[in-house]
Design a protein around this ligand. Sequence first.
Ligand SMILES: C[S@@+](CC[C@H](N)C(=O)[O-])C[C@H]1O[C@@H](n2cnc3c(N)ncnc32)[C@H](O)[C@@H]1O
Ligand code: SF4
Length: 454
Amino acid sequence: MSSNLISKYNVAGPRYTSYPTVPYWDNKYFSLRSWKESLIRGYKESNSTEGISIYVHLPFCESLCTFCGCNKRITKNHSVEIPYLKSVIKEWEMYCDLLKERPVIKELHLGGGTPTFFSIENLNLLLNGIFRIANKSENAELSFEGHPNNTTKEHLRLLSKFGFQRVSYGVQDYNEKVQKSIHRIQPFENVKKVTKEARDTGFTSVGHDIIFGLPFQTKEHIIYTIERTKELMPDRIAFYSYAHVPWIKGNGQRGYKEEDLPTANEKREQYEIGKKMLLEAGYFEIGMDHFALSTDSLYQAIENRTLHRNFMGYTTSKTRVMIGLGVSAISDSWYGFAQNVKGVEEYQNLIENNISPVYRGHILTTEDLIIRKHILNLMCNFKTTWFTKDDFFEDLPQVIHSLKEMFQDGLIEFDSNFLKITERGKPFVRNVCMAFDRRLQKNKPETQLFSMTV
Ligand SMILES: C[S@@+](CC[C@H](N)C(=O)[O-])C[C@H]1O[C@@H](n2cnc3c(N)ncnc32)[C@H](O)[C@@H]1O
Ligand code: SF4
């Protein structure tokens, strides 16, 4: 890839796990009442046909990884587990009361923080609390994020008993210098052990998260990390670009300097070599920054045209409603978004007093809904179409006009009713989405809100 393209298109941009993106949510038309109404509407339209997704945020970690951009609380004190889980279960009960029937769970994801921070007994408590008042759809997808340093056979057995079949392990990089700089020492042997244990327990999809662009990381480290990854052949690989966002995280992204980070060109080279190695090893590229073997459900979702993207990232089922439980969790009713407060104590206090922990959100306008559809199409399938007036929005001609330079650079192709991102353009999918993002275009941020697109 030419360095000209990189310098031209490497700008700060959203990762589009939602549209509108969180900084552009409009609180003016948002209230708890409008959120609840939008949830009931989305739920009624979809629960009996496609079911709903649940995301549970489990924020605790024993040790801080300094690169981490997630909402987490570092502690070695495990007495935090039960009060937190009781609040999560109560929040779920509050939602079920609102919906007035047993929801059908199509997808459940435990994310964090570190779900495997929690004991077996407490995870059992959480899952019993959730399923006591919900039905599981026949082909439900249950997954969790496991830390290779603390996932045990007992965790895997318990989760498998509840129907979990998919786990993603945080690997990041196998080089010791890189691991030290991000304060995350994690030998290959640990990853090998938990990968094997998950398979032996019956998990059908084991994923590894690898990051490029970390401090002190070089192309050679990426080659080494992927060589080692190939020894285990995980079913899925998330190959993330390191998101450097020190301005929004009080807790982390320190311990290294800006100069320790690879340049944009070096980062792109790391991505290109990593991608080449993964494709040669038999993986298929799925959407942005994901790879999967053809036997994995993520690949099959492309074949079945069910690939979807929401706050959990890429998902295999097109559920329009996602309820997020726990601190900082975001819910999506299809017609609106809502986010919970970020502090553990504040969250628990609100729930204890039967008050919704939602503190901000957005109700989508008709134009938002159309643009969201195009952005989802681009992020999942690298193409979008506008054959009917339902796909059309006022500024569409302007959007296409603004993409002329990308067309001249060979990054996209289009005609009067479709737009396709070329192979060369795939690394710039976020830039194409940004042209569609009318809220961003009409109100460009004065300070940097997003990580760089490359
Ligand atoms: C919540 S963590 C995974 C579970 C567990 N806490 C662990 O660390 O193994 C989810 C993943 O987000 C990714 N991640 C976190 N911060 C990131 C950042 N700043 N840039 C890119 N990816 C990041 C990492 O790959 C990490 O494995
Ligand atoms: S990467 Fe995982 S273990 Fe490390 S701080 Fe972030 S959430 Fe916690």
